[in-house]
Write a protein that binds this ligand. Structure first.
Ligand code: CUA
Length: 201
């Protein structure tokens, strides 16, 4: 008598699998519905979330951008910290910040409540602009000028942390943004200035 042999080449006959349980179908439906919610949130958050940078990106030559940054730094230099110029541009100015292995150039001194157009780019690799202790994060890429309309709302002595791994000195890539308030008080020369966030009095 011939025994029926089943090999991997032929599909198994009939319904050999266990049909999905009702609970499983429900969970798949819930997961799918949630996917649709998240999908809808992407455009919704863009328009309603108020979290999106008003940035404009432009192609730029990294060397040319750095040269422009140096020119800007020379024009508005007011001091120096560990060899890096402290630069205080007037309200409404175009501000330039270059990230490079392993520093942020220059140190910016801005006025609280004043508007600036902040241009960021990198001279070499992909760096991450992270303003500590505030939750402000941007990608800084060579070849792109990322311009943002910014108005500092809190005075203090802030740090720029590189949050994109960029090499052996990544952890040392710390920059500085000083925001002075309307009293004209400057924290630029105060190395021990306390970092204050917007909750602090
Ligand atoms: Cu620059 Cu990490």
């Amino acid at each position: 008598m011939l025994t029926k042999v089943h090999s991997g080449l032929d599909p198994a006959p009939g319904v050999w699998w266990k049909p999905a349980h009702k609970a499983e179908k429900v969970w798949v439906a819930i997961a799918f519905a949630w996917c649709m919610v998240l999908f809808a949130m992407m455009p919704l958050w863009h328009w309603k979330g108020g979290q999106n940078p008003s940035g404009i990106r432009r192609r730029v030559d990294p060397q040319a951008f750095y040269a422009r940054t140096v020119e800007f730094a020379t024009q508005y230099k007011v001091g120096e910290d560990r060899g890096i110029p402290i630069v205080a541009p007037p309200a409404g100015a175009d501000v330039y910040l270059t990230g490079m292995t392993y520093q942020w150039y220059p140190i910016l001194q801005l006025q609280a409540g004043a508007k600036y157009r902040l241009h960021m780019s990198s001279l070499d690799l992909n760096h991450g602009f992270s303003l500590y202790p505030l939750n402000v994060n941007f990608q800084v890429m060579p070849g792109y000028d990322y311009a943002l309309e910014v108005t500092p709302t809190a005075s203090g002595d802030f740090r720029i942390i590189c949050n994109e791994f960029c090499g052996i000195g990544h952890h040392t890539m710390v920059g500085r943004v000083i925001v002075v308030d309307g009293t004209g008080k400057t924290l630029a020369d105060n190395a021990t200035a306390v970092i204050r966030d917007r909750e602090a009095k």
